[in-house]
Ligand binder design. Sequence first.
Ligand code: HEM
Length: 111
Amino acid sequence: MWLTVYNVTKFLDDHPGGDDVLLSSTAKDATDDFEDAGHSTTARAMMDEYYVGEIDATTIPTKVKYTPPKQPHYNQDKTPEFVIKILQFLVPLAILGLAVAVRIYTKAESV
Ligand code: HEM
């Protein structure tokens, strides 16, 4: 079976049915989607503008192997996060301790 290929990239902004329906019908046999929308003869005539060629449907892979994009190497070692959390707790405590110490020291001096 032969399928007719159309390049609708130039047509995305101008398609009266919207770009989302076009995008959802790309890279596959969109015959049913196209027919279900009940396109007019004007719409059918317009298709010539986007005609690319014919493709043997049997050569289209039915299963596309998904290869996930390469992820940046995440730091498995959570030490810096842990240290930051400890510091967030310790630094205010140290400042408070210092303030109390200064207060006690200055009180003792003034008496
Ligand atoms: C080159 C391919 C295409 C052309 C030139 C085209 C053109 C048009 C045109 C001119 C209209 C306005 C109504 C009319 O005159 O029929 C329309 C509406 C529409 N088209 Fe397409 N179209 C294409 C592909 C598709 C595809 C693949 C879908 C897939 C779902 C689709 C879905 C729709 C829908 C949902 C409407 C709105 C129908 C309505 O509101 O009554 N079209 N299209």
